[in-house]
Structures are given as structure tokens and as C-alpha cells.
Design a protein around this ligand. Sequence first.
Ligand SMILES: [Zn+2]
Length: 109
Amino acid sequence: MPKTKKVGPTRGLGPRYGATVRKRYVKVVTELKRPHKCPNCGFVRVHRESVGVWKCGKCNFTFAGGAYTPATKLGAVARRAAKGLPVEEATKEAAKASAVEPATEEKTD
Ligand SMILES: [Zn+2]
């Protein structure tokens, strides 16, 4: 009697790379593979086209996002910064790391 095999993103990997790494891989890949909500039409039809490129199957809206998720926290911070909106407290630290401020250093003699 053949036993039922566990099927998941790690199929084909077998016992390799260690349980922790495979577990992380499952988490990332399941999020990557599941359909996401379209920021344009609202339908849950967004799939990854390429690394960081996301496309809606409903309205063909293509946009840049995270490598494994359509939107990242850092991406949200960057968008706010680009719009010139104030950055929230919780995301301030991330903004510090990402914000590219125009260097307008003035010499004070
Ligand atoms: Zn759409």
C-alpha cells in the first residue's frame, strides 16, 4: 500500500536543506503563489509576473512591488516619502534606512 505523500512547495526537495529553511521557504512561496488583491480594480487576481513585477489577471494592471509579496512595509514608506507625506512613527525607523534625501548641505562659516 503506497502511503499518501505530503504535497507542498517543498516537494522535490526531499530531506535536503534542513527543516527550518524548508519551513521558511514554504511560508514565502505560499504567500507568493496565492492570488493577491489588485490595487487598481480590487479583484483578487494579482499574480507575480517576475521578481518584483505583479500583474492583475482581471484588468491587466502591472505594477512594481516586493520580490515575494506585491506590497512591502518598506515600499509603503517609500511611497509616502515620494509623495512628501509625513511618515508614521512605526515606520519612521524604516524610513530612515530607505529615505534618500537630497543633499543640500550648506556650509556655515
Ligand atoms: Zn486588477
